[in-house]
Each structure stands twice: as C-alpha cells, then as structure tokens.
Write a protein that binds this ligand. Structure first.
Ligand SMILES: O=P(O)(O)O[C@H]1O[C@H](CO)[C@@H](O)[C@H]1O
Ligand SMILES: O=c1cc[nH]c(=O)[nH]1
Length: 234
C-alpha cells in the first residue's frame, strides 16, 4: 500500500475515473461496473475496480481541492502505474452559454493555487492530454452528448469566486470553475501519463442542483468518461 491508498499492486486499473466525492466513486462502481471490488478505505476515500464493457477500469474519490487530488494522483501514478486519469467533477458555469447540467471538457486549466507558482512562478499552462480530449470529444459526438470544450478555472476558494479575477476569467472565455483540474494536468504532464477533466455544471446563476441531484444527474458525464477511457485500456 502507499501512504494514502490501501491497495495492493495490480488492484488498480491503468485507467481511472476520479470524482471529488468518494460516494460518486461508489456510485460509478455500483451503476456501471461489472464485479466491482473495493480497493481503498483509507480516510474513507473509497476506490473500486471492476470491468466496464469488458475492460478493467477503476474509480476513486480524490477529495476537494488541489492538495487532496495531488496526493492521490501522485500515488496512483507513481505507486500503482495508473496511466489514464479522467477527473469527473461538478462545476459552476462562468459563461452565459454554459447551462445547468451541461458537460464541459477542460482543454486548459487556470489556477490561483500555489502549485504551479512555486515551480513555475505561475507561467506554466496546464492542459488536457490531446488524445484523451479528442477521444472524449468524438465519443460525445458519436453518442449524441453535447459538450462544451475550453478553458476551466481550478480555484482555491469555493466561497469567494465572485471576485474581480472571476469576472476577468469570464471576460476571457473561461467556461467553468472547479477546484482540481490544473494540478491533475500538471502532475500528469510531469509523469508522462494522460489526464482529462470532464465536468457537469451543477451551479449556475439561474439556480443550483440539490445534493441529491448532484449525485444522481451525472450519468451522462460518467458514461462519456467510461466510454472514452476504455479506448485507452487493453
Ligand atoms: O464534485 P467534485 O468532483 O468534488 O468537484 C467540485 O465540487 C467541489 C466543491 O463543491 C470541488 O471539489 C469542486 O472541484
Ligand atoms: O468549484 C466549484 C464546484 C462546483 N460549483 C462551483 O461553483 N464551484
């Protein structure tokens, strides 16, 4: 086991879905996996491995924010050999044309977090893996899912987004705000593995989804992520 994941080598697939909420990981396993087996319980950050359309796939919670996802991404990649990581998260809309329940593919991810600042003085541009985002885009087209593709913001503050920076991001076309994607992209780039962030809009000026809706209305995104990631899994 690694410091924060209680799995044995081989317990985790090379391809993994990463929701912030560990209950969403369980939901993915219960709803979409054949023969799911739990591989992690440490800190209640459930992780499961099963098969989806005959391909071995895992799902594990990451917690909220960049410090938390960074711990899990580093250990999954370095200690368990994970190669394809798709974050499946919720987000807030930052453009008028991005509506509630829309699915967003994060092509690039801005961040106000110190993660990129202490290494790159903030000048590094975290991006999705091209082949993974291209596969997700065409999988969405094939399955009739309307996706918005563009820049996202991985902010450090859930409360405090409606500031000048947020308005500026909107002005510059950033589609949605969430809290982890930028770090996932940076770590994946350093480790030469694939990463993508797919988001569903749960928060919008016109209204927010309830906690129950947040848990249960994410199937379109989850299925898209699974249908995409299995294209990279033997
Ligand atoms: O729904 P998840 O994947 O947790 O993602 C979003 O929701 C949390 C905030 O409510 C943050 O983690 C944010 O990135
Ligand atoms: O980070 C997040 C996540 C969901 N909704 C938001 O507005 N922000």
């Amino acid at each position: 086991m690694s410091l924060h994941i209680g799995a044995k080598p081989g317990d985790i697939a090379e391809s993994i879905l990463l929701p912030g909420d560990p209950r969403r990981a369980k939901y993915i396993a219960d709803t979409f996996f054949e023969n799911p087996v739990k591989f992690n319980d440490v800190r209640g950050m459930w992780g499961f491995t099963g098969t989806y359309k005959g391909k071995k796939v895992s799902a594990m919670g990451t917690g909220m924010g960049i410090p938390s996802i960074s711990i899990y991404a580093n250990e999954l990649i370095r200690e368990y050999g994970v190669k394809n990581l798709i974050r499946v998260g919720t987000c807030g809309a930052m453009q008028d044309h991005v509506g509630l329940k829309d699915v967003v593919l994060g092509m690039g991810a801005c961040t106000d977090n110190d993660f990129n600042h202490h290494v790159f003085k903030g000048i590094y541009c975290p991006t999705a893996d091209f082949e993974l985002i291209r596969a997700a885009y065409y999988t969405a087209k094939e399955t009739g899912v309307d996706v918005k593709v563009g820049n996202i913001s991985s902010g450090d503050m859930f409360y405090g987004e409606h500031d000048e920076k947020s308005d500026r991001f909107t002005e510059y076309g950033v589609l949605a705000g969430e809290m982890e994607g930028a770090a996932l992209y940076t770590i994946a780039a350093r480790e030469h593995v694939r990463a993508l962030t797919i988001l569903t809009v749960t928060d919008h000026p016109s209204g927010n989804l309830t906690p129950e809706e947040r848990e249960l209305t994410l199937n379109t995104m989850l299925q898209l992520a699974l249908d995409t990631v299995i294209k990279f899994q033997d």
